[in-house]
Design a protein around this ligand. Structure first.
Ligand code: UDP
Length: 375
C-alpha cells in the first residue's frame, strides 16, 4: 500500500443495482474527504438503463468505458472491461478497489485489482443460491469475488456463514446490512413524492395494484411465457386487479411479453421506470411479482409481499421472515401464489408488514467506519 495521506478508493460499477447500492457508500465516503479520495469508474455494462440512476444520485464517473455492444455476452463484458480497466488501475494505483454484488463488471474489476496487487472491497458479499447457474453467471461471479476480496461486507449473518463455509478468512468478513435499504431511505427523504403519478392509471379505492418485473436470463423463453399467461388469467379472474409491468428493453423480454400482454385492459405495460417512480409505485402496490434480486430486499422494508419468480433465491432471509415467497415460473403456481394474497386477508396481513431482514439503512456508515479503522 502506498503512503499517501488520503487513501484512494476506486469504485467500479456498471448496472442499475450497482449504482443504487453503491451510491449511499459514495455519499458516506464524500463525508470523509479528509481520509479518502474516490475515483468513480462506470463500465457502461448497461447504458440507457443506468444513466438516469447516475443522474438521480448525482454521480459523475471520472471514467466511463461505455463497453455495451449489441447482443453482448458476459465474455464480451469481461474482456472489454478488463482491457480498459487494467491500464487505468496501473496508472491510477488505487489503495483499494470497491465493487458491489455479482455482475460481470464487478467480477472483472475485482480480478483486475487482484492482478495489480490492489486490495478489493466487496459490498453485498456472501449471497449464495447454492446452484452454480441460478442465477447465471451471477452465482459464480459472486463466489469468485469473495475469493479475491480483502473486505467482504456481508449484508446478513447468513451471508457471513456462507462465506465461512467456503473458508473465506473470517477476519475479512463484516456483517453490515444491505446498502439498498440506505438507498430507499435516502430516496424517500429526498423525493417524498414521485414527479408524476399518472404513469400507471389505477384507482386505489377500487383497484389492487400488482407490480411486475421479469427480465432475468433464466426466465427467457417458456418461463417468461408462463409468467405472462398467469398475468392474463389473474386479470380475467379478478376484475379489481390492475397489473403494472415495466418491461425491460432487452429484445428477448420484449418479444415474449408484448404479444401476450399488450392491449389488455387491466394490464399496463411501460418502459423501465426511474427509481423514484418505481419505489413510489411499489409503496402503492398490493404486492410485487418479480425475478429481481434487489426487489426482494426492498419489498419487506416497504411492507409489500414479494412473490419471487424463481426456483431458488440467494436472498432467503425475506422468506424466513414470512413475508416473501418463492412462486417459481409455472403458470399454476404463480396464480396460486397471487391468489393466496388476494383471497385471504389474514394471510395478506401476515405478509404485508414492514420488516428489515436485510438491514436497517446504516450499511454505508458501517462500511466507511470499518475502512477508517483499517486504514
Ligand atoms: N427498478 C427500477 N425501475 C424498474 C425496475 C426495477 O428502478 O422499472 C429497480 C428496483 O427497485 C431494484 C433494481 O432496479 O432496486 C433491480 O434491478 P434488477 O432487477 O435489474 O437487478 P437485480 O437486483 O436483480 O440485480
Amino acid at each position: 500500500m502506498q503512503n499517501r495521506s488520503k487513501k484512494k478508493i476506486m469504485v467500479v460499477l456498471g448496472t442499475r443495482p450497482e449504482i443504487i447500492k453503491l451510491a449511499p457508500i459514495l455519499f458516506e465516503l464524500e463525508k470523509a474527504t479528509n481520509r479518502f479520495q474516490t475515483d468513480l469508474v462506470w463500465s457502461g455494462q448497461h447504458i440507457e438503463l443506468a444513466k438516469p440512476f447516475l443522474k438521480l444520485f448525482g454521480l459523475k464517473p471520472r471514467h466511463s468505458f461505455e463497453i455495451m455492444i449489441p447482443n453482448q455476452t458476459s465474455g464480451d463484458i469481461c474482456s472489454l472491461t478488463m482491457g480498459k480497466l487494467s491500464g487505468l488501475v496501473k496508472k491510477s494505483k488505487p489503495d483499494l478497489l470497491m465493487v458491489q454484488g455479482d455482475t460481470t463488471t464487478a467480477f472483472t474489476a475485482a480480478l483486475c485489482a487482484f492482478y495489480h496487487g490492489v486490495p478489493v472491497a466487496h459490498v453485498e458479499a456472501g449471497l449464495r443460491s447454492g446452484h452454480p447457474d441460478q442465477p447465471f453467471p451471477e452465482e459464480k461471479n459472486r463466489k469468485l469475488i469473495s475469493h479475491l476480496s480483502t473486505f467482504n461486507f456481508a449484508p446478513t449473518l447468513l451471508a457471513k456463514q456462507n462465506l465461512l463455509k467456503e473458508k473465506i478468512d473470517p477476519k475479512s468478513v463484516f456483517v453490515v446490512g444491505n446498502s439498498v435499504i440506505d438507498a430507499i431511505q435516502w430516496l424517500l427523504k429526498h423525493h417524498p413524492k414521485p414527479k408524476t403519478t399518472n404513469f400507471a392509471p389505477f384507482d386505489p379505492k377500487k383497484e389492487k395494484l400488482l407490480l411486475v418485473t421479469a427480465h432475468r436470463r433464466e426466465s427467457f423463453g417458456t418461463p417468461l411465457e408462463n409468467i405472462c399467461k398467469a398475468l392474463v388469467i389473474l386479470a380475467r379472474r379478478h376484475s379489481n386487479l390492475k397489473i403494472v409491468f415495466p418491461v425491460h428493453s432487452n429484445p428477448k423480454v420484449q418479444e415474449i411479453v408484448l404479444p401476450i400482454l399488450k392491449n389488455h385492459k387491466q394490464i399496463h405495460l411501460m418502459p423501465p421506470l426511474d427509481y423514484v417512480s418505481f419505489i413510489h409505485l411499489l409503496t402503492q402496490s398490493f404486492a410485487i411479482l418479480s425475478d429481481s434480486g434487489g426487489v426482494q430486499e426492498e419489498a419487506p422494508a416497504l411492507g409489500k409481499p414479494a412473490l419471487i419468480l424463481r426456483d431458488v433465491t440467494e436472498r432467503p432471509e425475506g422468506i424466513a421472515m414470512g413475508v416473501n415467497r418463492l412462486v417459481g415460473r409455472e403458470t399454476g403456481r404463480i396464480i396460486t401464489g397471487v391468489e393466496a394474497l388476494l383471497n385471504d386477508p389474514v394471510e395478506y396481513k401476515k405478509r404485508a408488514r414492514v420488516c428489515f431482514p436485510f438491514g436497517r439503512g446504516n450499511a454505508a456508515e458501517k462500511i466507511v467506519r470499518i475502512l477508517k479503522e483499517k486504514y
